[in-house]
Ligand binder design. Sequence first.
Ligand code: ATP
Ligand code: MG
Length: 289
Amino acid sequence: IKDTETILRIALQKSGRLHDDSMDLMNRSGIKFNTGAGRLVAQSTGFPVEALFLRDDDIPQTVYDGVADIGIVGENEYAEKGYELEIVKHLNFGKCRLSLAIPKSEHYTGVGWFDGKKVATSYPRILKKFFEEKKIQAEIHEIAGSVEIAPGIGLADAIFDIVSSGSTLVANSLKEVGVVMYSQAVVVANKNLEPEKREILDQMLFRFNSVMASATNKYVLLNAPNERVKDIVKILPGMKSPTVLPLAQEGWSSIHSVISEEQFWEVIDQLKACGAEGILIIPIEKMIL
Ligand code: ATP
Ligand code: MG
């Protein structure tokens, strides 16, 4: 590699809830980093990309300033920081929601409940905007962590925080009363990427798409009597149309197709009802769209 060659710099979470899924996606896209423990910068082998490992709080600004060209960060963090970036891809991991929660014992009367209340959060900007839209006069108390204990220790009347399963709320005698935002990990990009970098980004997104499509699709093989093939083909959409091959056994065929995870169980039930036998479901390594 010549040192004049363009390199795309990607900001990734150093450790935490987005780190493993981000690294896994890069790895499965054939972009591997020479990481050592505690290293903040890592070059990739086989792809013109360099990774910067940061706290997720710092990723939006780093991309905005152009220190990194792109980054992987939660939509919640992106919205909170407020830097203008381009969201180029939703990644389907790091899913959570930002919700309002109040003590379990409180009687909730609707969003007006928050009028005159004090709400603890690490997301003051998103919350301020929400209260302004709803014309609620509430005091926002910013704290960096352990938001869920604030009501219990008398620091606030309510909280606004990340919820995924809700078990943290229950453990702190709180109840969720409103979702303000749903979030997942996204690829954000600087708005002024030079064409050479944009090209590398597009190649990378192409790989991400292939990896993500393979995760949500399965390869299906099954056997069926020839007279049922027509009905079965109608159930199986496939990428173009299903493959039908004759079996050695007279009067039988093997049918191959791809089905998506959302349709999966429904399609399998229909196939069985249609006389399909020996159904095999095989994971797809990569799916080139
Ligand atoms: P950092 O040290 O990088 O600042 P952090 O403590 O701020 O890390 P994490 O807890 O690692 O952040 O979460 C990173 C992101 O993962 C969140 O901003 C959110 O987008 C997403 N996320 C998904 N599920 C959850 C969850 N259950 N709790 C917290 N964050 C979640
Ligand atoms: Mg953080």
